[in-house]
Design a protein around this ligand. Structure first.
Ligand code: HAM
Length: 424
């Protein structure tokens, strides 16, 4: 029997990977424009890190983590907690009072797999640590919107404020009393949540629960004056940057660490998994994890969801292009081509060659398949005469080149298409 990948775990194969590369390259470019530095963390962390940051009574910590019970370690379900752990461990706040960091990588949650929801999924995660400034909230949302826009993805931005430890208890009490009057009409999950994490009742997907909470008190009416001022300034910033948004008083997010601003980038095109990205402010979290009193804000976007949206648009993607295909015909020519291809690669040319002794026709087919810009044809006769034929695959023009000067002449004729590599 063939062994297949685990349910909810996916290979990303050539043909699909090009879209991933396009998304990641666009993201890296935009993160650099906004002055972010990359950071990479390990996949395994102490279980306690996530319990303390995401919250004991969240779905993620209660049900979805891949935890090795005997070792008390967990495969990270998200990047924020790990990134903050690394920030604290390496004293990054000492190096720079405001850190702007991003990371891209796999995360693990034991959820029920469906379209756009996997057990191993990938996030592009950005965090700004060390400033409470509401302009940063607006700037981050504008950056997320810019990234999606540059990728050609249509989305809407929904925002909310979850207040702070000063004003949230008042809201929680008002909400609890509202829920208490309707508790018999709520689903089982919400009845349980109303005891552990009542705010989550607001974003239950069950239609009966939604009806019940439609008139629930709004957190926005319970914000203290500092949180209110902050939320106004965030919205002012979004307006200045021309970012469209709408208020969603039901957005509470599934992680406990948020304070003040929360937001989600929502698409209509992915069915139930509507959030392409999400994030918010977490001003108490760094200190809670043993670090300095540094406020923070960030968001993460799901790569699988973005790639699905691009696939639905059926946008053609550039597949890898080869600069030159070296077609050696016969044993002697192949032997000559083998080190020549290596020299060309050294000089920065994307080079392919055949190792199977195939015919010219079959090698030309291979060259077309890899989108070769040029083909170098070296037959036994040509080799004897000391020349090889270079064919330009775009205009079919051919020229003869002395075999002794191939590795020096070819790079200057075929300037590498990758601007990062110049001929040496
Ligand atoms: P989150 O809402 O749990 O937030 O996840 C962020 C994004 O990751 C989602 O909007 C979605 O695109 C993607 N995602 C989450 N779970 C899955 C899954 N099972 N399969 C596919 N994609 C998924 C966080 O993780 C926070 N750490 C975001 C953040 C950063 N907040 C502040 N900084």
């Amino acid at each position: 029997m063939k062994i297949k990948a685990l349910n909810g775990f996916k290979d990303i194969v050539p043909g699909e990977i090009e879209l991933w590369q396009k998304v990641e390259n666009t993201a890296r470019d935009i993160f650099a424009r906004f002055n972010f530095n990359e950071i990479r963390m390990p996949i395994l962390e102490k279980t306690e890190l996530f319990a303390r940051s995401i919250g004991d009574s969240t779905d993620i910590v209660e049900k979805e983590m891949y935890t090795f019970i005997d070792k008390q370690i967990t495969m990270r379900p998200e990047a924020t907690a790990s990134l903050l752990r690394a920030y604290i461990q390496h004293g990054l706040h000492v190096q720079k009072p405001i850190q702007r960091l991003f990371t891209i990588g796999p995360m693990f949650r034991h959820e029920r797999p469906q379209k756009g929801r996997l057990r191993q999924f990938h996030q592009m995660d950005v965090e700004v640590l060390g400033t409470p400034n509401p302009r940063v909230d607006a700037e981050l949302m504008a950056m997320g919107a810019m990234l999606l826009e540059e990728l050609g993805i249509t989305m809407s931005l929904e925002i909310n404020s979850l207040g702070c430890p000063i004003c949230r208890p008042g809201f929680r009490a008002a909400l609890l009393s509202f829920i208490d009057d309707r508790k018999d009409a709520l689903c089982e999950d919400c009845t349980r949540r109303s005891k552990t994490n009542p705010l989550r009742v607001l974003d239950c997907k069950n239609s009966a629960c939604r009806e019940q909470v439609a008139e629930a008190p709004s957190i926005q009416e319970h914000l203290c004056s500092e949180c209110d001022k902050h939320f106004d300034a965030v919205q002012e910033g979004l307006k200045q940057l021309d970012v469209q948004y709408s208020l969603n008083k039901f957005m509470v997010r599934g992680l406990d660490y948020y304070t003040r601003t929360t937001f989600e980038f929502i698409t209509k095109d992915l069915g139930a998994q509507a959030a392409v990205g999400a994030g918010g402010r977490y001003d108490g979290l760094v200190a809670k994890l043993g670090g300095p009193k540094a406020p923070g804000i960030g968001f993460a976007m799901g790569l699988e969801r973005i790639v699905l949206l691009l696939q639905q648009q059926k946008e053609p993607v550039d597949s890898t292009q080869i600069d030159i295909f070296v077609a050696g015909l016969g044993e002697k020519a192949s032997e000559f081509s083998f080190p020549l291809a290596h020299k060309l690669r050294r000089k920065g040319l994307f080079t392919a060659m055949d190792h199977e002794g195939r015919s010219l026709k079959s090698q030309m087919k291979q060259a077309n398949k890899v989108n070769a810009r040029y083909v170098l044809i070296i037959g036994e006769n040509e080799l004897k005469q000391g020349t090889a034929v270079l064919r330009n695959m775009e205009n079919q023009e051919q020229q003869e080149i002395a075999v002794t000067s191939l590795s020096t002449e070819l790079p200057s004729i075929i300037l590498p298409h990758n601007t990062g590599c110049n001929p040496v």
